[in-house]
Design a protein around this ligand. Structure first.
Ligand code: OAD
Length: 255
């Protein structure tokens, strides 16, 4: 088994060595070793909460207080955690590729930026930001407690978390940039995601060139504890905790 992992890490490093443009799609698993719960594990967030109640526009209309309790608890949890070696490894890879390296994250915890990644697209929003249901103003409020029904300081209407809920579209500019980067990349690293939520998971076939013309298909490398929906499209599978495997890739690249 150790031999398999070493061989996969070698293949991942080889793919990166010859890549001009690199995109990383991350999910909750990259933050698991920081102490942020994932969604679909047996002790995950979606086991303890009903998606319709806390992560849909209808749920918010029905009971905004319940929704704010859920997000305030997540904000409080994230305020206590720190990036792990997986986040730092991705920030180190960005230093090597510069503008040609992009993290597209489904996570709302802000840990990629906290680790030093700069080229980050948060396609599902951020726990740090609020959006006004009246005037639409988006504001970064950090992770300070916000109260049960926070009001907009400008228009006094109810604020909501700036998070993409189920049945809502992704922010158009951010999603467009993620699609373009995936279309142009030579390597896509898929880290810590079950790859079951769309359209995020579409970035994998886009990187492979399965959703349109791409002269040379991108190489997809999956980093996860287990095989996922993404595995059939992955050229390389690196199975182990990403807080351990991503730093090993950096070592192999001499970073
Ligand atoms: P999931 O909870 O669906 O999947 C987490 C993945 O991380 C699983 O495949 C685990 O095997 C893997 N994993 C766990 N620990 C890991 C570790 N230490 N190293 C590597 N992999 C590990 O979370 P996401 O795929 O992020 O959307 O879920 C996608 C979206 O569904 C979320 O952004 C959220 C949710 O509904 C919204 O809230 C809009």
């Amino acid at each position: 088994m150790a031999d398999d992992l070493d061989a996969a890490l070698d293949r991942a490093a080889d793919a990166l060595r010859s890549a001009r443009k690199v995109v990383v799609l991350t999910g909750a698993g990259v933050s698991a070793e920081s102490g942020v719960p994932t969604f679909r594990a047996s002790d995950g967030l979606w086991e303890g909460h009903r998606i319709e109640e806390v992560a849909t526009p209808f749920g918010f209309r029905r009971d905004p207080q319940l929704v704010w309790q859920f997000y305030n608890a997540r904000r409080a949890n994230v305020s206590k955690v720190a990036p792990n070696p997986g986040h730092y490894a991705l920030a180190k890879l960005e230093q090597r590729w510069g503008e040609d390296f992009m993290v597209v994250t489904q996570n709302v915890d802000g840990l990629h930026r906290a680790a030093g990644s700069r080229n980050v697209l948060e396609i599902h929003g951020s726990l740090h930001r609020t959006r006004c249901t009246g005037c639409g103003e988006i504001e970064d409020r950090g992770l300070e407690p916000l109260g049960e029904l926070p009001a907009c300081p400008r228009c006094a209407e109810l604020l909501r978390p700036d998070i993409v809920w189920f049945h809502e579209p992704l922010p158009a500019a951010v999603w467009g940039a993620a699609q373009l980067a995936s279309h142009e990349c030579d390597v896509l690293l898929v880290v810590g995601t079950s790859a079951v939520v769309y359209p995020a998971a579409d970035l994998i076939p886009i990187a492979k060139g399965d959703r349109g013309l791409k002269p040379v298909p991108g190489t997809v490398v999956e980093f996860n504890l287990t095989r996922t929906e993404a595995s059939v499209l992955a050229d390389v599978g690196v199975y182990g905790p990403s807080g351990q495997t991503l730093p090993k890739v950096c070592e192999r690249l001499g970073l």
